[in-house]
Unconditional design. Structure first.
Length: 260
């Protein structure tokens, strides 16, 4: 956006205390550590429920260090998590097996209940991991970490341009909305929503044209497919210690649960 400086873009999406140790960790360390928690939780069946408890405890400890408030976490996860839990709650009624529980019009089955609990636990842990990563690491830093971890550059570039052009779209939408309001547009019913469709078409054309101008400006300034970085990433002993601590807590427990 025209009024949005690079510094504010760098702070977009952060929550908690930006000066905490969790925020200052190398993005590669946070990606590997939080992704490991998700993988361990997803790979553990329901009967190994202590693994879930330990994963949640590690996430809570991480959030505490980052000084992230529970309500901030809820604001991030409420977009996805409730929908997943609602879908999981339907499984006991469609997946048969084991004991049956008559609930009047519906019948729940034991196998479905177990699947519901396992899916809910894994969804909660995975969503919390992603939310905490986003609250302690800016999106550009995540992209830099993914690029350093050798994620295909094409995916990183697509995500980077989507993120940057999102602000362009919001800016164009704000201008067009202000133009409509200044001309007295105030729809009372669906029959008066025609201008919104025309605005959507115009917005697509304007943002496409704006994107072309931005791209040509980048080429004129030496863009060669890689975004220049003023400050290189630095993976130190603290970052390695964070990954080691996470893995030493969750991986041995998972392996113990696998032992017959």
């Amino acid at each position: 956006m025209s009024g949005l400086c690079n510094h504010s873009l760098d702070l977009t999406g952060l929550a908690g205390a930006p000066d905490s140790r969790a925020h200052h960790l190398d993005p590669r360390a946070k990606i590997v550590g939080l992704l490991s928690i998700t993988i361990v939780a997803v790979s553990a069946p329901l009967e190994f429920w202590p693994v879930y408890a330990v994963c949640v405890a590690v996430l809570v400890a991480y959030a505490t260090v980052a000084r992230v408030r529970p309500r901030d976490v809820w604001r991030r996860v409420r977009v996805v998590l409730p929908l997943v839990l609602v879908v999981g709650a339907l499984v006991p009624f469609v997946r048969k097996g084991g004991a049956a529980y008559d609930l009047g019009l519906l019948t729940a089955h034991e196998t479905g209940l177990e699947i519901c609990l396992a899916v809910s636990a894994k969804a909660i842990i995975g969503t919390l991991s992603a939310a905490l990563l986003g609250m302690t690491t800016t999106f550009p830093a995540v992209l830099r970490g993914l690029e350093a971890l050798r994620v295909p550059r094409l995916f990183v570039l697509i995500a980077a341009f989507m993120y940057r052009y999102l602000f362009v779209i919001v800016e164009e939408m704000g201008r067009m909305r202000a133009a409509l309001v200044s001309r007295g547009y105030n729809p009372r019913n669906a029959l008066q929503a025609g201008p919104m469709g025309r605005m959507a078409t115009a917005m697509f054309l304007r943002t496409f044209s704006r994107g072309e101008r931005v791209y040509h400006a980048m080429l004129a300034r030496g863009y060669d497919g890689a975004m220049p970085q003023l400050v290189p990433l630095s993976f130190g002993r603290v970052d390695a210690g964070f990954i080691a601590a996470v893995l030493l807590v969750i991986v041995p427990l998972r392996l113990i649960e696998l032992t017959p």
